[in-house]
Write a new protein. Structure first.
Length: 103
């Protein structure tokens, strides 16, 4: 899968140092896999939550951080929509959160 964007992850782990290794593992694992459907993703990543067909929430570093992505399975593209702490996640409407381009 192609992931948009690694910079989002890097910016996050620079603020939350304990997330660096888990985010790098998530990135490497996701980069080398080609999910064809939400069902296939769920079979391989059991603790991921499918919000709707293309919106997925991944647990990072156990339950400490959440990464929200939109996945375009047919073109093998993962857009990182949002990443934050578990507490921040509880305050966000994940269904309506949009990708915000960072500079």
């Amino acid at each position: 899968m192609r992931i948009i964007s690694r910079k989002t992850l890097k910016d996050f782990w620079e603020k939350h140092k304990d997330s660096e290794i888990p985010l790098k593992r998530w990135y490497q694992g996701t980069k080398h896999i080609n999910w064809k459907s939400p069902n296939e993703l769920k079979k391989q990543v059991g603790d991921a939550s499918i919000i709707y067909n293309k919106r997925v929430v991944f647990n990072i570093k156990g339950d400490n951080y959440r990464l929200v992505a939109d996945i375009e399975y047919h073109i093998k593209l993962v857009f990182i929509i949002w990443i934050g702490t578990h507490d921040e996640y509880n305050k966000v409407n994940i269904k309506n959160t949009s990708y915000v381009k960072s500079n």
